[in-house]
Design a protein around this ligand. Structure first.
Ligand code: DOR
Ligand code: ZN
Length: 348
């Protein structure tokens, strides 16, 4: 018997679209299945002001192929010189859905991020007042902290003090990768949620390092040991509305990934829904997939879920999708789950 699954059309609550030729190539990969996405602002230079976000939004809409519909939900990149009035005006005008905090040096294009939280306190207080959420890349960047411990140390030394200081601030802990992060978000009082990526549900650090180094599995925060992956899978499939999808699909060309200093990021836009259906089925939780991909995110951001739907069908034969997509900047490898996938999204 064919298994079919119809869901409200999903949204991606953490996505990198880049700009120019890369934007034109990757946008259809997301828009094919997703209605909306929170667009990360880590361009070079970053999307800092309301005016930057307006201009970037226009470039995204111009890159959308005819016949596709997609709504980008814009974010601002928090810097130590961000003006609270500009943020409040962008929010009041309906231009931005969130502000993104990158600790300086934490990841790709984060050099303009925050070194000293005290310097952005007026912005954070304004955000708490107006109800604008802060999306956080939750890793410390101190050289002496082991890369596998950076999320846990962030929770203890940055996130908890920050939330105690500004209790009304709405926080999304982005791309959570540890059991510690899951426990923190599950148990915290106040307004907090966490996004979980597709790839962190499917890989752990062995996938990156065993049998040769696999640059296409390298991302930040880096995948942790299998016990953490297990905690992420349990949280994602638990039906707890604090946990929802943010793919962090982050395209880099193959020459930038397959290099002596490879860039961080997994490109999952193309096969995310097939991957997620596979994971949720393995966890015996297909009935929880719609909440994770289509209901909890909108609820968290005060938006209605999409009226449109998508249908997934479980095939006998593995589904096919390209190993890489071509972009004007060079090929970008699509995330390889390491095994065949059988759930296919029906063409609309
Ligand atoms: O792996 C990642 N890639 N993590 C991030 O935080 C940024 C992203 C990117 O922009 O490439
Ligand atoms: Zn990201």
């Amino acid at each position: 018997m064919t298994q079919r699954l119809t869901l409200r059309r999903p949204d991606d609550w953490h996505l990198h679209l880049r700009d120019g030729a890369m934007l034109r190539a990757v946008l259809p990969e997301t828009a094919r299945h997703f209605a909306r996405a929170i667009i990360m602002p880590n361009l070079v230079p970053p999307v800092v002001t309301g005016a930057d976000a307006t201009a970037y939004r226009a470039r995204i809409m111009a890159a959308l192929p005819k016949g596709m519909t997609f709504s980008p939900l814009m974010t601002l990149y928090l810097t130590e010189s961000t003006d609270p009035h500009d943020v409040a005006a962008a929010h009041a005008a309906g231009l931005v859905t969130a502000v993104k905090l990158y600790p300086a040096g934490a990841t790709t294009n984060s050099a303009s991020g925050v070194r000293d939280l005290a310097r952005v306190r007026p912005v954070l207080e304004t955000m708490a007042e107006i109800g604008l959420p802060l999306c956080i890349h939750g890793e410390v960047t101190h050289a002496e902290v082991d890369i596998f411990d950076r999320e846990k140390v962030f929770l203890d030394t940055v996130l908890e003090p920050l939330r105690r200081d500004i209790p009304n601030l709405k926080v999304t802990l982005e791309h959570v990768t540890t059991r510690d992060g899951i426990d923190y978000v599950r148990e915290a009082s106040g307004d907090i949620g966490a996004t979980i990526t597709t790839h962190h549900l499917m890989i752990n650090r062995n996938h990156i390092l065993v049998g040769g180094i696999k640059p296409h599995y390298y991302c930040l925060p880096v995948a942790k040991r299998a016990t953490h992956q297990e905690a992420l899978r349990k949280a994602a499939t638990s039906g707890n509305p604090r946990f929802f999808l943010g793919t962090d699909s982050a395209p880099h060309t193959d020459d930038n990934k397959e290099s002596a200093c490879g860039c961080a990021g997994c490109f999952t836009a193309t096969n995310t829904m097939a991957c997620l259906a596979h994971v949720f089925e393995e966890e015996g939780a297909l009935d929880k997939l719609e909440g994770f991909t289509s209901l909890f995110g909108p609820a968290r951001y005060g938006l209605a879920p999409n009226d449109a739907t998508i249908t997934l069908v479980k095939e006998e034969a593995p589904v096919t999708y390209p190993a890489r997509i071509e972009t004007g900047d060079g090929p970008v490898t699509v995330f390889d789950p390491g095994h065949p996938l059988f759930w296919r999204v029906l063409d609309q």
